[in-house]
Design a protein around this ligand. Structure first.
Ligand code: UD1
Ligand code: PEP
Length: 434
């Protein structure tokens, strides 16, 4: 079974470059389906399992997808299907965002309903309600959502989102790009990845204003074309390295990190005592002078509040803080699966409802642990970097979904970390990792 082996205690220094954002590139690949003319060139595309799945999804619908160095070229002129294969959709929730582009351009789409996942139930009711407000008929049958636009195509509408859902905002924004008239999304998600998507849509000929604020206005156009676009850096990958640097760094430079995208995380790291220097093209981080982070109270919420996708990594960091911290998860119902794994490494955490209460311990000890979701995997790697002895992390398919060469990047900044796929032998193996 594939696993990562980490020998804890080595300092991290030098520079690490952040890749393009997973949560931006996925809807951008889906948005490419809107182009009836021309070819899109997307740059800064990270090497991720999710990206491969999304590229395969648009290819299965008829788009011609050509990989190039650092990016991808997509010709979506001849789409022949509005039903992405179930096998691809089930692997990745984000594939539901092909619904908006397909419905807008072809008047119909049939997408397998994404189920819940390891972080809790993840309904798509707000996506469907938004598309219905634009005139679509939605029926759910045999696990699929069938969406059909009215004879004259989708019509612009005023849509208030009960929750500022990232995915619903994306689906509605893409569907509205080719609808008749104006769509207004109120209580829209303000995430930087949605701004990146809006910029790409506008480069394709759409008219989207207000992305990044609560209210997005989209004036529908008749036709869209391919465009060139460079994906923004991944703020969660940047945050993951900043947390690692705040714990184990000797002055770690996270190149490409955009401080504006992670203000809440930077504020928390500074509150914990880490030193942060915002530079033109990245962020440098040093650990607290005392060598130990101060305890924190952290609460996840929608952007620009503290991101749920950085909850597990921060929780791992706080296991060795100099006191008691609280971490409250408000976005997803069940995003504390990593707690049990961190406890196996000696962390002192108990859950009270939606809050994890973390009593800092002097040190963690290496153990064999399993990622339960993508960010849980990153949290366990961070825990392994600071633990005594050897840590063996399993469940790598989660990490591969969203981190581009995580092991190689940590190796390059001084971590003692190796990845073993399948039956390769583990030279570093020791009893403590069992
Ligand atoms: C590919 C991608 O970009 N994934 C991100 C996106 O996921 P995703 O787009 O799935 O997250 P949402 O913003 O939609 O979900 C936020 C909350 O709204 C709820 N909800 C959402 C839609 C809906 O129709 N009904 C409903 O009740 C969800 O269950 C959740 O509790 O934003 C999340 C919240 O920042 C991040 O953790 C994910 O990394
Ligand atoms: C929850 C995440 O992603 P997804 O929405 O793709 O599951 C994540 O990136 O942490």
């Amino acid at each position: 079974m594939a696993r990562i082996l980490i020998e804890g205690g080595h300092r991290l220094e030098g520079s690490v470059r952040v890749s393009g954002a997973k949560n931006a590139v996925l809807p951008i690949l889906a948005a490419s389906l809107l182009a009836a003319e021309g070819i899109s060139e997307i740059d800064e595309v990270p090497h991720l399992l999710d990206v491969e799945n999304m590229a395969n999804t648009v290819a299965a619908l008829g788009a011609v997808v050509e990989w190039k160095r650092g990016g991808v070229r997509i010709n979506a002129q001849n789409i022949h299907s509005v039903t992405p294969p179930y096998d691809l959709v089930r692997r990745m929730r984000a594939s539901f965002v092909v619904a908006g582009p397909l419905l807008a351009r072809f008047g119909e789409a049939s997408i397998a309903l994404p189920g819940g996942c390891n972080i809790g139930p993840r309904p798509v009711d707000l996506h469907i309600k938004g598309l219905e407000a634009m005139g679509a008929k939605a029926t759910v049958e045999n696990g699929f959502v069938h969406l059909k636009a009215p004879a004259g195509g989708l019509r612009g509408a005023r849509i208030y989102l009960d929750i500022p859902s990232v995915g619903a905002t994306q689906n509605i924004m893409m569907a509205a790009a080719l609808a008749e008239g104006q769509t207004v999304i109120e209580n829209a998600a303000k995430e930087p990845e949605n701004v990146d998507l809006a910029n790409y849509l506008n480069a394709m000929g759409a008219r989207v204003r207000g992305a990044g604020t609560d209210i997005i206005r989209i004036d529908g156009v008749d036709v869209m074309h391919g465009a060139s676009h460079s994906v923004i850096p991944d703020r969660i990958e940047a945050g993951t390295f900043l947390v690692a640097g705040a714990l184990m760094g000797n002055g770690l430079y996270v190149e490409n990190a955009v401080s504006q995208h992670i203000m809440s995380l930077i504020a928390k790291l500074e509150e914990a005592g880490a030193q942060i220097e915002d530079r033109v093209d990245g962020i440098k981080v040093w650990p607290c002078e005392s060598g130990r982070m101060r305890p924190l109270d952290v609460k996840t919420h929608y952007y620009p509040s503290y991101p749920t996708d950085m909850q597990a990594q921060m929780l791992a960091a706080l296991t060795v803080a100099s006191g008691t911290s609280t971490v409250t998860e408000t976005v997803f119902e069940n995003r504390f699966m990593h707690v049990a794994e961190l406890q196996r490494m000696g962390a002192n955490i108990h859950i009270e409802g939606r809050t994890a209460v973390v009593d800092g311990v002097d040190r963690l000890s290496g153990a064999r642990v399993t990622s339960t979701d993508l960010r849980a995997g990153a949290a366990l790697v961070i825990a392994g970097l600071m633990a005594d002895g050897l840590t063996e992390v399993h469940g790598l398919h989660h990490i591969d979904r969203g981190y581009d060469n995580l092991v190689g990047k940590f190796q390059a900044i001084g971590a003692k970390i190796e990845r073993y796929d399948d039956e390769e032998t583990i030279p570093l193996r020791a009893e403590s990792a069992g």
